[in-house]
Design a protein around this ligand. Sequence first.
Ligand SMILES: [Zn+2]
Length: 408
Amino acid sequence: MSCPQCQAGVCSHCLSLCLSVDIIAEKVLSALCESNYQVLRVSLQLNLPPSFVIRRRLSTTNVDVKEMLRSKIAKHISSNGFELHSPGMPEDIVVELQVTHQEAEDQLKTLFQKIVPTTRQSKNKRHKNNDMSQTDVDIILKRATDEDLQSILETSLATECALHVNISRQSVFVTGRYMKFARGVSQSPWTIGNERHGSGCVSDFIALDIESKYSAESHKFHGAGREDIDVRMLGNGRPFVLELINCKVLPTDEGLMAIQENVINTNEAGSVMVRELKLSDKSCMTVVVAGETNKRKQYSAIVWSAKKLSKLELEKKLDCIQDMEIEQNTPVRVLHRRTSMYRTKIIHSCRCEYINSHFFIMRLEASAGTYIKEFVHGDFGRTVPSVGSLLDSNTDIIQLDVEAVIMS
Ligand SMILES: [Zn+2]
């Protein structure tokens, strides 16, 4: 079925799309076959030129070209062995057919400029890249006269539509936990200007091999919080989600396990290890994001005190801490990138191990986002109370490890 107005030349009702439905379906199928993606199922996305809505509105026929195209393409690719996405299933491969028509676009722009005051046009950022949006089309439909709209159909077109098929995969999510045994390793690449600092980063250690094994375009590393570059991450490790952007091959749990055992965990440097690497779905992001605010962490710190301390003092002043509230103003060391504000944090528990009169080990459990270094030295009075104020001494933190991240 084609639109009754179709005739010699380019049809101003359907931009002659209905005459080329078969050719378009074939083009989409071959793009999909040649793309080298491992395909589970296919979702279709059709983007027709913005003026199409107006053409369809004015059309006196009930031929829905977009629907015609969609069903033809769907039929064509499914009869060639591809499964189509159905509601309720996770999305996999997205095949996007972009149909553009420069002449029609220019025509629409001219009309838009005619009926919308220039002041309003300039407010609209979209016009900077010169593309008409759905909102612009709605404005035209609202404001244009019948003659204006009719003129769209009556102007003859000399060129045909341009087609572009874009194939991509929805993000794939891999979860795991990482341990960091060395100091000087940041969680994400640490750059100042164009220069990289530190000795590698956790996300590169983990992600680059996975990215290349599954031919992903790029990745995003989402940690459930982060530790400072000079802090080790021990114990069961910190949960993370690795989001693989547009990967051609789908990871499997077995494949990921092999990477974990043979690549990441045998890395010469040995500074980063990974456990529980497995395939997940988008819902894992909620867990990691919630973990940023809900989790508790256990730390172990070596603390120095200017004043001589006895074992008994540590027991009396620190070991008794239980769900103690502290007020932390944004630390001086992060003020350049975070807004200055007070946050209430909780030190759930604290146990000290006496080394000598100036040094002790402190093991504590604190709520998510507590600045531990500042809790120890007080940050010029910006954290109250602090270990220093509780001991009535100048204290500083010599080294810090995260011993557990407890997701609750
Ligand atoms: Zn037509």
